[in-house]
Design a protein around this ligand. Structure first.
Ligand SMILES: Cc1cc2nc3c(=O)[nH]c(=O)nc-3n(C[C@H](O)[C@H](O)[C@H](O)COP(=O)(O)OP(=O)(O)OC[C@H]3O[C@@H](n4cnc5c(N)ncnc54)[C@H](O)[C@@H]3O)c2cc1C
Length: 386
């Protein structure tokens, strides 16, 4: 494995960091207090970030995308999540979804919707989770019934990132639950063609990142919006999650690094017992733990992205990166908060936001426990999932 950055990657890293520090990070606290991003704000930020390659990052140039690599994704997303994790969530979900669209075998649908997504004019999300279906994604209840040239969709999706602001939703549904994986399909629901209800779910962290309940009540979706036919949906869902997990890992690294950076500044300024608190040995221990944890998590995330750039579907490596990095970010942001003493609990210091944001990532894309079961399965060749 070679993690040497090219000249272009170093330039991308420098330019992006400068832009995020100047223009994005100063907005994060205010937007976090305002709550979920509005659709207009999301489009405005997508357009602002587009020139750096944040929109449809991995979409090949011949389809009109930036054609960047998975390692480039890591270079873009670590600092964005540190600057403003909530915005990073919205950008990451729509950019990853756009990459998904570029792989649609239904090329007529792909060619129709891809340009709007790549321009930042449209937003996409993916809906797997349901009220009764969380970790066990194989048990999808949302039903798709063929009726002439439409599928009729009935069901509720929960915790859908970008759900209230998305123009397009890739819905995982089943035509027949008794068939198990054989019935699972993907349908692209266009909100203006096939209207559905959405309701914001307010959560403790990444508050500006919209999260929604989506209700499909006899929602008629044209048959030409089938993305994956019945029987093809589950495998693709589980494979797609490997990228989402590496992304959660690099997001966590970004948040933890930002928490470390503010703690360093604070520990040099705050004086107790006649010296900066950073000079106390037990405070230094917290820094040492955070630094080692962050480095290890970054390397694990990069390994997963590197393998993806080589064309591998790396279930084990992306689960290791996700489990370690997301739990690490909870520890690291908690230490950064501790270093701030009582001020760490105040909304006037960013560190409480970092702590709340980090706490959200041990759950999506498979909880830490589920990642451990995947790692165990990959090592042992035996599955604990039934
Ligand atoms: C911020 C955020 C964004 C999200 N975005 C999306 C999205 O865009 N699209 C989408 O479809 N979903 C999304 N989700 C939903 C997320 O994927 C689910 O929350 C997650 O898969 C866990 O499901 P659950 O919350 O229902 O927990 P459950 O599956 O009910 O699990 C509850 C607890 O039981 C444990 N558990 C469950 N099964 C086992 C087992 N076999 N062995 C050991 N322990 C087990 C879990 O680890 C957990 O601790 C998001 C969630 C969050 C928090």
């Amino acid at each position: 494995m070679n993690f040497d950055l090219t000249e272009e990657q170093r330039m991308l890293q420098d330019t992006v960091r400068r832009y995020l520090n100047d223009k994005i990070a100063p907005l994060a606290d205010e937007y976090d207090r305002k709550g979920p991003l509005t659709k207009a704000d999301a489009h405005r930020f997508l357009k602002e970030l587009k020139p750096f390659g944040y929109v449809g990052t991995l979409v090949p140039e011949d389809l009109g995308g930036p054609g960047l690599t998975h390692i480039d994704w890591a270079l873009l997303h670590e600092p964005l999540r540190g600057a403003w994790a909530g915005l990073g969530g919205t950008v990451g979900i729509t950019s990853a979804g756009t990459y998904g669209v570029s792989h649609f075998e239904n090329t007529a649908l792909r060619d129709r919707i891809l340009p709007g997504l790549l321009d930042g004019d449209k937003i996409i999300c993916t809906a797997i989770t349901e009220p009764n279906v969380g970790s066990d994604a194989r048990n999808i209840e949302t039903r798709a019934v063929l009726d002439g040239d439409h599928y009729v969709l009935n069901g509720t999706k929960m915790w859908i990132s970008n759900g209230t602001i998305a123009d397009y939703v890739t819905v995982v549904a089943t035509t027949d639950r008794s068939k198990g994986a054989g019935g699972v399909m993907h349908l692209l629901v266009e909100r203006d063609v096939s209207p559905f209800e959405s309701r914001e779910i307010h959560k403790m962290g990444v508050r500006s990142f919209p999260t929604a309940e989506l209700i499909f009540d006899d929602c008629r979706v044209p048959r030409e919006n089938v993305v994956r036919e019945p029987g093809q949906g589950l495998k693709q869902t589980l494979t797609g999650l490997t990228f989402a997990r590496a992304n959660a890992a690099i997001a966590s690294v970004g948040i933890a690094q930002a928490a470390l950076d503010v703690a360093v500044r604070y520990a040099k300024e705050r004086v107790q017992f006649g010296k900066p608190i950073g000079q106390h040995q037990l405070v230094q221990e917290m820094f040492a733990d955070m630094a080692a944890d962050i480095d290890a998590a970054r390397l694990l995330a990069w390994r997963a992205f590197y393998l993806m750039d080589q064309g591998h579907v790396c279930f084990k490596e992306s689960s290791i990166a996700k489990a370690f990095a997301t739990e690490m970010a909870v520890r690291a942001t908690s230490n950064a908060l501790q270093i701030h003493g009582a001020y760490g609990l105040s909304e006037e210091y960013q560190v409480e936001r970092f702590f709340r944001d980090a706490r959200c990532y041990t759950i999506p894309d498979g909880t830490t426990q589920i990642q451990k079961l995947i790692i165990g399965r990959e090592i042992l060749g035996m599955s604990a999932f039934r």
